[in-house]
Design a protein around this ligand. Structure first.
Ligand code: 5AD
Ligand code: SF4
Length: 468
């Protein structure tokens, strides 16, 4: 007899979910790794009976996945926390309740303080969120807040459930976490902990699952992604270049990217991968932070301006169509006008397709915070404005140079207007075109018709044929 015809036992006839499903609202601040982490938290909680909701008003659990990298990022978290506490009060007045959890780097850096000041229920660091279901239970039977900020990165990755189906054809995959570089301005080594590389088999398995679910593009992420190291199936040590080669062979994956890289870990093999792997997109995020050797030394970057420029030349020799993006800090303690001019010179020399630029922000506990010579706020603002004027001009020039060219676009979602789709070029530029949503997940050639600072407009060519 077929199972479906078997007499129903009492168990069979009960409704599938006995308790009503609980709802979780997750708000993500900061970097791509936090986006990845938030999705994994949702997967973990999904397995524990929580459904994601798009608004905090009807949530049983609100998680703020936080960022501590700059003061402004941390401030945003605290103001959001205030808003959530008001919501919780209202819910309690109405006889309901809501748990508030703070996850991510602010939780790691300031957990005790938040628990004391902000009456938060759960504090969970970036390496412990796989324990969320258990922490929620502990909190329910507890009077005080539950704090979990240990660093078991290996345990976390081993116990996370497989990624759930998400509609987007481009996905992030964390391969490396933490940092041992200790740049003097940066909190990451303290909040994310020591460098940890996920094992090869786990990464390939996750990539295969993503591909089976329709993902065409994977961005490998890590704070120091090019320091990733692992052991290949034959026991040989693998670098990121070997991993990229293996991932190129996963069926369905058409595009690969990786971010963020430190210049000192751009090995010969990784440069060669940019030459040899057609699926590796010709776009690299390579922060240089400052163009002044004096400031680079004070930042403990362990590279000089000349090293960076030589590296850029070698990358462009290997892959002539490679475009670069970068991170730059202005107003690091002790930065003079001449140091800042050195930064401007690097930008003029390299020509970036895109860049993130920041005013230095003192982070408690980092060595630079205690250095003398803090730069006045208005000087920082002036330098940032000059730098951004140059960077935006370069970005616009880079985009304008695409007009009339044919580019392969991975279509990701519907556009703002009806009948419009939006995708990404190999250089991560958003591309808009008239087209059907059936295109989502496909890669087609387009002709670029117009460009602005932030996006391109295109007409789709050869609709019947997918580009590679
Ligand atoms: N102040 C300003 N910018 C910072 N970054 C990291 N720490 C700081 C800080 N304290 C920038 C760096 C880094 C990017 C992610 O954030 O440029 O590459
Ligand atoms: Fe921070 Fe990047 Fe430096 Fe590591 S390499 S300390 S993550 S800026």
């Amino acid at each position: 007899m077929h199972d479906a015809c078997a007499p129903k036992t009492e168990k069979d006839t009960r409704p599938i979910a006995e308790a009503p499903e609980k709802r979780v609202f997750i708000k993500t601040f900061g970097c791509q790794m936090n986006v990845y982490d938030s999705e994994r938290m949702a997967d973990t909680l999904g397995a524990a009976g929580f459904a994601e909701t798009g608004s905090p008003e009807n949530a049983d659990l609100v998680i703020l996945n936080t960022c501590h990298i700059r003061e402004k990022a941390a401030e945003k978290v605290f103001s959001e926390l205030g808003r959530m506490r008001v919501l919780r009060e209202t819910r309690r007045e109405q006889g309901g309740d809501m748990m508030i959890a703070v996850a991510g780097c602010v939780a790691q850096a300031e957990g005790e303080e938040i628990a004391r000041r902000a009456a938060v229920d759960i504090i969970v660091g970036p390496q412990s969120y796989h324990r969320l279901p258990e922490l929620i239970e502990r909190r329910a039977g507890n009077r005080g807040p539950v704090i979990e900020t240990e660093f078991p990165a290996a345990e976390k990755f081993a116990s996370l459930p497989a990624p759930k189906l998400r509609a987007a054809p481009a996905a992030f995959l964390t391969v490396q976490e933490g940092c041992d570089k200790f740049c003097t301005f940066c909190v990451v080594p303290y909040t994310r902990g020591a460098e940890y590389s996920r094992p090869v088999a786990q990464i390939i398995e996750e990539a295969k699952r993503l591909a089976e679910r329709g993902v065409r593009e994977i961005t490998l992420i890590g704070q120091n992604v090019n320091a990733w190291a692992g052991q290949g199936p034959s026991g040989k040590t693998w670098t990121l270049a070997d991993l990229l080669r293996a991932l190129s062979e996963v069926d369905g994956i058409a595009r690969l990217r990786f971010t963020t890289s430190h210049p000192n870990d751009m090995s010969d093999a990784l440069i060669a991968a940019h030459r040899d792997l057609p699926k590796l997109m010709p776009y690299l995020h390579l922060p240089f932070q400052s163009g002044s050797d004096r400031i680079l030394k004070a930042m403990n970057r362990k590279h000089r301006m000349e090293d960076y420029l030589r590296l850029v030349d070698r990358l462009r020799d290997a892959r002539p169509d490679l475009a670069l993006s970068t991170d730059i800090i202005v107003g690091f303690p002790g930065e003079t006008e001449a140091d800042f001019e050195d930064t401007m010179r690097i930008v003029e020399r390299v020509h970036f397709a895109q860049a993130y630029s920041f005013k230095y922000s003192a982070r408690p506990g980092t060595p630079a915070a205690d250095r003398p010579g803090h730069v006045p706020e208005d000087t920082k603002s002036q330098r940032l404005a000059s730098l951004q004027a140059l960077l935006f001009a370069q970005q616009t020039a880079f985009n304008s140079a695409m007009v009339g060219r044919t580019l392969a676009v991975l279509w990701e979602s519907r556009g703002r207007n009806d009948g419009q789709v939006v995708g990404r070029s190999p250089y991560l530029q958003p591309v808009y075109a008239e087209g059907d949503t059936a295109l989502i997940g496909r890669i087609t050639d387009v002709e670029i018709m117009a460009a602005s600072q932030n996006s391109l407009r295109a007409v789709i060519k050869n609709l019947d044929e997918d580009a590679t």
